[in-house]
Design a protein around this ligand. Structure first.
Ligand code: NZQ
Ligand code: ZN
Length: 379
């Protein structure tokens, strides 16, 4: 068992109509709110009205920043932070999926200081304060609603990177599965893939504590049980609720108890694809994970075998990998680069991007030969 520190200060409000107490909750932190959201789904499906009604009920002054993109960019973070500073906001309400909530985390750090977003992302500035963040989640996938991570991209530097800090934890997160009923089938699948790969990244990190492994397998199995059912019945509340809870627990810290941390090499590969081709995050992972497992099948056969036995009831490494592939296909997530319209002509572009950003895992290192194997295997 490795030494570890457990910390999670986010208060989670989970279930039907939990946003009925949103206004009262936000009010505790002040009167001036920066409301951050994406490119329009929250207005189209009525979630925006529900939130505005709550904020109005408590006579909160609302400043809005909309237009956060999937695979969010640092320019939006900077613009929203400038607006928040100008309006002297007391609290941020983030309404959306991972892209909106991640942006809001960095916006908070920027509002509380005169420093730039990218300086925080690159650890050139040390975060010392933030302003309170309350989230209303509309897409089950990333776990950002209950963790200290934020992922942002920068087209000037050519990077999509994560930044983890205790100040990033939301104070409160409101998770009403009804708010996810309108997520289209593709993003629903990407969310299921994403949460499963969070469990896998943890599993392949350093340390093999028995209880944590079992918790991790349970999360994967639960998502694999409910996921395909949800794909065929998108508006089913119970199915949405099960996947939503799976996603939160897959990346809120518990899968790291007794470990040094996760590996995150596959996420690093996926971020390069998202950066280059705007590939949705989950889609990049169902392409990269099978390739990573194939690369590691002779390096860590026992660990992969244990996973296969516990999750699929199969004995061999190859069967474990093909079972994951079959699962990703069953929820209609892409499993190779051709599936997302990328062919052999892009091979050197992907390799260059991996080299430039020194793609590797924290526990399992990747070198240039590995990059070539990985890219060939994704094509
Ligand atoms: O922009 P709008 O119009 O809101 O549409 C969004 C977007 O197009 C739409 N959507 C969200 N909720 C909806 C909905 N459509 C209909 N009904 C709803 N209820 O879905 C699209 C994708 O949204 P996005 O927020 O990008 O998806 P997701 O939650 O998967 O977040 C992905 C981002 O999170 C990062 C990823 O890298 C990516 O940038 N991650 C963050 C992590 C973290 N903070 O811990 C960990 C993850 O591994 C991941 O890296
Ligand atoms: Zn992820």
């Amino acid at each position: 068992m490795e030494n570890f520190v457990a910390y999670n200060p986010t208060r989670l409000h989970f279930g039907k109509n939990v946003t009925n107490s949103l206004g009262k909750t936000v009010k505790q932190y002040g009167n001036r709110v920066l409301l951050v959201y994406g490119k329009g789904s929250v207005k189209k499906f009525g979630y925006y009205d529900r939130v505005i009604e709550q904020l109005n009920k408590f006579k909160l002054a609302i400043t809005e920043y909309s237009g956060i993109k999937p695979n969010p960019v640092v320019e939006d973070v900077e613009k929203a932070a400038a607006l928040g500073r100008e309006k002297n906001v007391d609290v941020i309400v983030a309404l959306g999926g991972g892209s909106v909530i991640d942006s809001a985390k960095i916006i908070g750090l920027c509002i509380a200081s005169e420093k730039s977003a990218w300086d925080f992302m690159k650890w050139k500035a040390t975060p010392e304060a933030t302003i309170p963040l309350v989230t209303v989640l509309t897409l089950a996938a990333t776990g950002t609603e209950m963790n200290g991570a934020a992922v942002v991209q920068n087209h000037d530097t050519g990077e999509k990177i994560g930044f983890v800090n205790e100040l990033n934890f939301p104070k409160h997160s409101f998770l009403d599965p009804q708010f996810t009923a309108t997520v289209p089938v593709n993003y629903t699948a990407y969310g299921i893939v994403d949460l499963i790969t969070h469990a896998l990244e943890a599993y392949f990190g350093e340390g093999e504590p028995s209880l944590t492994d079992r918790i991790t397998f349970s999360i994967i199995k639960d998502a694999m049980y409910w996921g395909p059912r949800l794909i065929d019945d998108l508006e089913n509340y119970e199915l949405r609720a099960n996947i939503m809870l799976d996603a939160t627990l897959a990346l809120n810290g518990i899968t790291n108890y007794g470990k040094k941390g996760g590996d995150w090499g596959v996420h690093a590969i996926g971020h390069q694809l998202s950066f280059l081709y705007d590939t949705p995050h989950g889609a990049s992972l169902s392409i990269a994970y099978p390739a990573w497992l194939k690369l590691h099948k002779e390096r860590i056969p026992e660990r992969i075998q244990k996973l296969g036995r516990e999750v699929f009831g199969v004995d061999s490494v190859d069967e474990t990998i093909s079972s994951f592939l079959r699962f990703f296909v069953s929820v209609r997530s892409p499993v190779n680069l051709f599936d997302i319209g990328i062919d052999l002509t892009k091979k050197s572009e992907i390799l260059d991007q991996m080299v430039k950003n020194k793609v590797t895992g924290f526990h399992h290192n990747l070198n240039y030969e590995d990059y070539i194997t990985l890219v060939n295997s994704m094509l």
